[in-house]
Ligand binder design. Structure first.
Ligand SMILES: *Cc1c(COP(=O)(O)O)cnc(C)c1O
Length: 380
């Protein structure tokens, strides 16, 4: 029998291949100019990214965690303040809050989308709450307008962690443009990824952008190399990474369409099985940074997929507030996040998956479901 080869969880090589030549040309120009920090390449990408997101401002920074932290600091949020974050998120969301000197308060998530809801955010708000960070996790957009019905009257800022949601839209508007600011990561594995670490803050508040611009560059006064107005930090997007991002941005929508098509195939294959995937919502264009499913007896299903040659991941095996450093910020159970963490399983997802690879994953879903049907397993 012809043994099909393993399907990797992700594969960046084909994306890199599509832009390699263009990047080489752009890098030649940067190397010739010696403009490695700041300069034309960074300014160009910042303009392109704010245009793409539908905001007026973009500040390229060192990584997505710094993007969040710099927004918090620029908003004057720090010691004595609380910031609501989802219990189901990558640890960086809460880490950025601590980095700014504030205290994270965890909100539980919806059992359907695994995203925060207006109700779960309301339950986490206290008189000390200064901001809410909504996370468009897995590339699924949070209905930020619904969150604003809770935060708006209380004067609480909404910040978007859009590190997994490049180009995702709600009602036709792009992630990053809903809150006071959006934070992006361009870590290589993200939907728009550099050849190293980098990130960006987008906003349509010019004064907020100016504060982030100063903070991310040693607290410099705009236009001066030698005057410093605040204690800042060094977290800049460099020119070589900016050139990669500009080259990739031209392909992003096509790569996103490929992700959406793969998710559709998975969802079809899961119909009537024990595999569950969050449903589509009419207002949302989710961008499937990850193809996250929920299955009972997850570890066993993971072993079966592995035996069938399908690599998987778990995002995330531990709810954020249950990690040791964050336990002290959580004073009550967050049942949906805690329970779903035992069922989560991420299937292979990358734009250049071949027809054979997609088919092999769908076939594995069906095969495993048959084994499950026999054993009569159901969701908790
Ligand atoms: C990747 C990620 C971050 C952090 O980005 P880095 O560039 O790795 O610092 C923050 N939040 C979420 C949801 C992420 O997925």
């Amino acid at each position: 029998m012809n043994r099909p080869s393993r399907i990797p969880f992700t594969d960046l090589a084909a994306m890199t291949g599509e832009i390699a030549e263009e990047v080489a040309e752009r890098w030649q120009r940067i190397i010739a100019s010696s403009a490695f920090i700041g300069g034309r390449a960074v300014a160009d990408f910042e303009a392109e990214w704010s245009d793409y997101c539908g905001t007026t401002e973009c500040v390229g920074v060192g990584n997505g965690t710094d993007a969040l932290r710099l927004v918090l600091t620029a908003l004057g949020i720090g010691a004595g303040d609380e910031v609501v974050v989802p219990a189901n998120t990558f640890v960086a969301t809460a880490e950025a809050v601590c980095g700014a000197g504030a205290v994270p308060r965890f909100a539980d998530v919806s059992p359907d989308t695994l995203l925060v809801t207006a109700e779960s955010v309301r339950a986490a708000i206290t008189p000390r709450t200064a901001a809410v960070i909504v996370v468009h996790l897995y590339g699924q957009v949070v209905d930020t307008a619904a969150i604003s019905t809770v935060t708006g009257p209380a004067g609480i800022a909404v910040i978007e962690d859009a590190a997994q949601a490049h180009g995702a839209t709600w009602g036709g508007r792009r992630a990053g443009s809903f809150g006071v600011a959006g934070a992006f990561s361009f870590y290589p594995g993200k939907n728009l990824g550099a050849f190293g670490d980098s990130g960006a803050v987008v906003t349509s508040d010019a004064r907020l952008a100016d504060r982030v611009r100063s903070l991310h560059d040693h607290g410099r006064v705009a236009g001066s190399h030698v005057r410093h107005e605040v204690v800042g930090t060094n977290s800049r997007l460099d020119a070589l990474q900016a050139a990669v991002l500009s080259a990739k941005l031209r392909h992003l929508d096509r790569w996103t369409e490929a992700r959406i098509a793969i998710a559709r195939r998975y969802r079809d294959a899961m119909a009537g099985t024990v595999f569950r995937m969050a449903g589509t919502r009419p207002e949302a264009r989710d961008v499937y940074h990850l193809a996250v499913t929920r299955v009972p007896d997850r570890d066993e299903v993971r072993r079966l997929l592995d035996a069938l040659g399908v690599d998987t991941g778990i995002h995330y095996p531990t709810a954020c507030h249950l990690h040791e450093p964050y336990q002290r910020f959580a004073d009550s159970p967050l049942p949906v996040a805690e329970r779903s963490a035992t069922e989560l399983l991420s299937l292979p997802m990358f734009p250049h998956m071949s027809e054979d690879q997609i088919g092999q994953v769908c076939e594995a879903i069906r095969l495993i479901h048959e084994r499950y049907a026999v054993r009569g397993l159901v969701h908790a």
